[in-house]
Design a protein around this ligand. Structure first.
Ligand SMILES: Nc1ncnc2c1ncn2[C@@H]1O[C@H](COP(=O)(O)OP(=O)(O)OP(=O)(O)O)[C@@H](O)[C@H]1O
Length: 233
């Protein structure tokens, strides 16, 4: 179902075509197609249970589709689910451990991402003393240090404080400036408005709209979310 294409041959980092996926007797995605352009920040929004996480799991191969194709042009990594970290080790030790697993080293690049995330002064502390936001940021840093072309993030700002939210947003913007493609699911519409290039809204596995942020014509994402959601009750 998955195939790799050369980034220069196509402009899309991810192409999902005619996807079908159900659980038990219930079909969630049917004939679902979506393109994510290379080197963009692409947000997936939608109400609870609409299929956002499932879509990321299908793209990363955690779930197998019942039908359809998914092409990914490049290497990808998905943020660690549930901030799976070694609680009794320090942030720095976690970076070293995951560096061994995933083949990266702590270097100037990690230092700069670390500073951007406001983590530097906390690296010597045990992760068990970290707040939820700090754990999230450390998890993100680990995934970023894997150096992949395409990064998938499932609600990276959920439950984090406003400062961490802004830090995570600037990190996502820095990743784009570094040539990465970021696909992000979020309920945080105001953050999405500030950083996304394209926004796709899904509900019950259906794509309700798929637009560039420039095409919103003065409407807020919240207005569109409510209007589109109601139109497809
Ligand atoms: N492994 C699974 N087995 C059965 N049903 C599943 C499974 N994974 C997802 N689903 C169902 O698919 C639907 C979509 O779930 P999903 O978690 O993708 O939604 P979501 O848009 O990410 O929601 P939220 O915003 O609450 O995170 C839900 O009805 C969910 O119960």
């Amino acid at each position: 179902m998955k195939g790799a294409k050369n980034m220069s041959e196509i402009q899309n980092a991810i192409e999902v075509k005619n996807l079908k996926k159900g659980f038990g007797g219930r079909v969630l995605f049917e004939n679902f197609s979506l393109n994510v352009k290379a080197n963009t920040i692409h947000a997936i929004i939608g109400p609870n249970g609409s299929g956002k996480t499932t879509l990321l799991r299908l793209i990363t191969g955690v779930y197998q589709p019942n039908a359809g194709t998914i092409n990914i042009a490049g290497k990808y990594a998905m943020e660690l689910e549930n901030d799976y970290l070694y609680e009794e080790q320090t942030g720095l030790e976690n970076l070293r451990i995951f560096g061994k697993y995933f083949g990266f080293e702590i270097n100037d690049r990690s230092d700069s991402y670390c500073t951007q995330l406001g983590l530097t002064e906390h690296l010597g502390k045990r992760v068990s003393t970290y707040s939820k936001g700090m754990k999230r940021k450390l998890s993100l840093l680990i995934v970023i240090m894997m150096g992949r072309d395409i990064l998938l993030m499932d609600e990276p700002t959920s439950g984090v404080d406003p400062i961490s939210r802004v830090e995570i947003r600037s990190l996502i913007e820095a990743l784009k400036a570094d040539g990465k493609t970021v696909i992000i699911t979020s309920h945080d519409l105001s953050e999405i408005e500030k950083c996304a290039d394209d926004v796709s809204m899904i509900k019950n596995g259906r794509l309700l709209f798929d637009k560039g942020i420039q095409e919103m014509q003065g409407q807020s994402l919240e207005e569109i979310f409510i209007k589109e959601g109601n139109r497809h009750e």
